[in-house]
Design a protein around this ligand. Structure first.
Ligand code: E4P
Length: 217
């Protein structure tokens, strides 16, 4: 499963990229606002740090303006992935852009039928929001299971990009279901490494190693 960082903050992106575990980045207008940075500048900077897709979201609601915004965004770098909302105009824009060889992430997906439409529109990625789904009394993971089943039934190439990930269990469940990608805040990705027995094991080994009086270098 590919790991994308869901942030527009440069330092955590650099830190994750240095681990070799980072496959891409997703941003949205709220994350850009939180970063306090200029959209174009920060997107360009992120695209220079990671080789993989960097999602940059349009804010227009109509197809024509979405296409104009996408034209500006895709000039930022070759690895920009245009993010469009799951609306009829967003799907029209998705079809036009992917037909032209541009990567598209169809976002704000909350139903399996919406994901079916995104695949039919040729989306590179579809972003079902599991955390927001959970917040509203649904099971976000049921949505991922349904989308996986439908995409496998018809061999759609669209990658399931699990978004709105809030904790490490979301990551585990996404991997068990066979989601292609998950995007999470850097702190959730970093937390995947934590295990009390790993810490305890290191402590024990170091204590015994010290007692040998040896050194490796
Ligand atoms: C990423 O593509 C989404 O915009 C993001 O995961 C949404 O996360 P949130 O529900 O925590 O805002």
């Amino acid at each position: 499963m590919k790991f994308f960082a869901d942030t527009a903050e440069i330092e955590p992106i650099k830190e994750l990229a240095a681990t070799g575990l980072l496959d891409g980045v997703t941003t949205n207008p709220s994350l850009i606002h939180k970063s306090g940075r200029d959209f174009m500048e920060v997107t360009k900077e992120i695209c220079g740090i990671v080789d993989g897709p960097v999602s940059a979201e349009v804010v227009a609601l109509d197809h024509e303006t979405m296409m104009k915004e996408a034209e500006v965004l895709r000039k930022i770098a070759d690895n920009v992935c245009i993010k469009v909302p799951l609306t009829i105009d967003g799907l029209k824009t998705c079809k036009a852009l992917t037909d032209d060889g541009t990567m598209v992430n169809v976002t704000l997906c909350f139903s399996a039928n919406q994901a079916l439409l995104a695949a039919k529109a040729g989306a590179t990625f579809v972003s079902p929001f599991v955390g927001r789904h959970d917040d509203n009394g649904f099971d976000g993971m049921d949505l991922i299971r349904d989308i996986r089943l439908i995409y496998d039934n018809y061999l759609y190439d669209t990658e399931i990009l699990v978004a709105s990930v809030r904790h490490t269990t979301h990551v585990l469940e996404s991997a068990k279901i066979g989601a292609d990608v998950m995007t999470a805040p850097p702190k959730v990705i970093m937390a995947l490494v934590n295990h009390v027995l790993t810490d305890k094991g290191i402590e024990g080994f170091l204590k015994d190693w010290k007692a040998t009086g040896q050194s490796i270098i």
